[in-house]
Design a binder for this molecule. Structure first.
Ligand code: ADP
Length: 341
């Protein structure tokens, strides 16, 4: 097997926003050419800041950035010509038609004559927008607008495509269609794709490699299977009827730690997580130990490891909890002004 050069390589990125929010704290990203790479993390983890730096829209306080073979800090113009960017907010003009948007974008990249129309038509077909090509974008559904956004990012045949939260806000059906399209793009065109997402399922489904980002740095990296494979055994999830509080949580963790069939016990409010080589067999014992300590259990589930478990292991909290917290809660508390997102 030949090793391919990385299409994106960023090392030791630091970025602190005015006001003292440390958005990146030693961020490293390396993406092999022709692959799909996912930056997965809850809101506020630093994904967008990383993408802004990789796409030359922001500068890090320190660190190195190379994209498509160019130094992004010294030659941002060269990087810009080699990449496509689909940001969370659509860049399409709502009162122009889909085709007009594409042609205009092509001209902005210096394409001229019949070639630009031909490329626009090709992309409209490919993204299933052929019938809507002459309609104003404001009449498009959310899924259609998102597909047009991706087409706009591809008009100049970039080597690297950045997709920032590509399916946020889409209904499940449009999300599925977008996933198919992204998978096809990577397969057919040898494009390198870096996507950010806070959907575990999206990263699992699309990315060949994933970096789990928490508090401005990568806490774990690998293929989805590698990441899940590191967690041996079944995941036990229990919900206690009452919050044991910090003292009770210690008591529960200690009682279960003495109990050899389970490991990696975490107690977070009423939720208790642990691992076991044989989850179903461990459940009655776990229940008995908790009962002895005076804790009653509301629900129990046993599951194979998921990316959510991987996140809990490396970030020390549940993905859904971190994600539900407001942006900035993952960094220094009380330093974030409201409404930054
Ligand atoms: P993500 O994309 O993972 O949600 P971001 O990169 O947007 O994370 O944000 C990382 C941290 O930096 C958050 O705490 C966020 O509130 C903060 N942040 C992002 N942009 C700005 C900005 N322009 N000014 C100040 N703080 C910011």
């Amino acid at each position: 097997m030949t090793t391919r050069a990385p299409a994106v390589a960023a090392q030791e990125l630091l970025k602190t926003y005015p006001g003292g929010v440390k958005a990146l704290d030693g961020m490293n990203v390396s993406v092999t050419a022709g692959t799909v790479f996912g930056l997965l993390g809850p809101n506020g983890a630093g994904k967008s800041t990383t993408v802004k730096i990789l796409t030359t829209l922001a500068r890090p306080d320190s660190g190195t950035v190379e994209v498509a073979g160019h130094d992004a800090l010294r030659h941002p113009d060269r990087v810009r010509r080699s990449i496509g960017v689909v940001s969370q907010k659509s860049g399409a003009d709502p009162v122009a038609t889909g085709r007009e948007n594409l042609v205009l974008q092509g001209r902005l990249y210096g394409q001229r004559g019949a070639a630009v129309g031909k490329r626009a038509d090709e992309l409209l077909e490919r993204f299933d927008l052929g019938d809507a090509a002459g309609r104003q974008v404001k009449t498009y559904s959310g899924g259609m607008q998102r597909r047009l956004d991706v087409a706009l990012g591809l008009i100049h045949r970039p080597q690297v495509l950045f997709l920032d939260e590509p399916t946020t806000g889409l209904d499940p059906e449009s999300r599925g269609a977008m996933w198919d399209e992204i998978a096809r793009l990577a397969g057919d065109e040898g494009l390198t794709i870096l996507l950010t997402t806070h959907y575990l399922e999206e990263a699992d489904r699309l990315a060949e490699r994933i970096a789990i980002v928490d508090r401005g740095r990568v806490v774990a990296e690998g293929t989805p299977d590698e990441l899940k494979g590191e967690l041996r055994g079944d995941a036990l999830q229990l919900e206690l009827r009452d919050d044991p509080g910090p003292v009770g949580a210690d008591l529960v963790a200690t009682a279960l730690a003495e109990f050899t069939e389970v490991r990696e016990v975490t107690v977070d409010g009423r939720r208790l997580s642990a691992r076991s080589d044989d989850g179903p067999a461990a459940v009655p014992h776990v229940l008995a130990v908790l009962e002895q300590q005076g804790f009653s259990v509301a629900t129990v589930t046993v599951a194979r490891p998921s990316l959510d478990d991987v996140y809990l292991r490396y970030a020390g909290r549940r993905f859904s909890d971190a994600d539900a917290a407001t942006a900035g809660a993952g960094t220094e508390p009380a330093t974030v002004a409201g409404g930054t997102r």
